[in-house]
Design a protein around this ligand. Sequence first.
Ligand code: ATP
Length: 361
Amino acid sequence: MTTTPPLRICVLPGDGIGVEVIEATVPLLEKLAHGAPFAFAFSRHPAGALHFRATGDALPQATLDAAREADAILFGAMGWPEIRYHDGTEIAPQLDLRIALELYAGVRPARAIPGLRLPLADPRAREIDLVVVRESTEGLFASRGRGVIDDDREARDTMVITRRGSERVHDFAFRLAQRRKARGRPGRVTCVDKANVFRSMAFFRKIFDERARAFPDIEARHNYIDATALDLIRKPWEFDVLVTENMFGDILSDETAALVGGMGMAPSADVGDRHGLFQPCHGSAPDIAGQGKANPTATILSAAMMLDWLAERGHGDALAQAAQRLERAVDAVFAPGQIVPYELGGRDGTRAISAAIASNL
Ligand code: ATP
């Protein structure tokens, strides 16, 4: 029985498999809301590369307004390799939304789902349960659309690290580690940087150390980006929360996705102080779009993160319980080893995976 007004969920399916994984996820949220003390009002809005080709606008103002007014945003994937802006860069409204809505923390968890085949043979790989927090509004991406090429001789892109941007993302990472510690994780944040070479990165690390003092219950560590790329293969089970610059986070989170079974298993959230956008880590995957082969699990787990975030923002504990139900349903599907997604060499596509999760709810 619903007692509160419906939560407004702005749905942006986007391009390619974005549309397919969203269609596999929304019915699960509707099922969770059935008989629950919360309800959802979903509204779908256009944006993305195909929309740009049709209209010349990748992110219409009406879509941006709807995203801003919603309680949460559920996002599929956007972009298409052959459709580009005039300067040759890809259509990426997700990057524009991060700036427009100040979604500064890119939260990318990687957890080994019991029973799922993993690329690392070491049995400790089953213990992988980490989160990459990617600063999402500055870093090297601050140069997007602003890089320069002089006379076809020299090109430059500039990394921007601000005190405000670093403080808020480090604080976010420490608070996340505290919440995870309450659930049995070690309570550790690793600052990933290249402080031995770049001033901008030494500054990022300095601010990390300053903020660490405000969180004495959390262990603060440093690791260079190159060592981290190696350690994530050698001993990923030792990481808890990692916090890093935008570009490094972009790269590392693809690596952590691979550790737990591929892009189709990796959820993410882009969170700011006022808005939250939830989307799989993967892109529109033109190579498999329209074939029903996309694994919707990443999007379904992103939806679980959305429920958790809405609960944290005071919309009711029932949402946190629903998030847990959804996660448990995902685990129950993969644990027996009967459902194997295409990307892991199996024959289970979007519909089969979504239906199996629905039947476990
Ligand atoms: P972007 O830069 O927009 O994040 P990308 O260029 O990194 O995108 P993706 O679209 O994420 O590329 O695809 C990378 C590879 O992973 C492709 O081979 C794609 O088929 C595969 N892939 C991505 N998502 C899924 C999914 N949900 N299920 C199965 N395979 C996927």
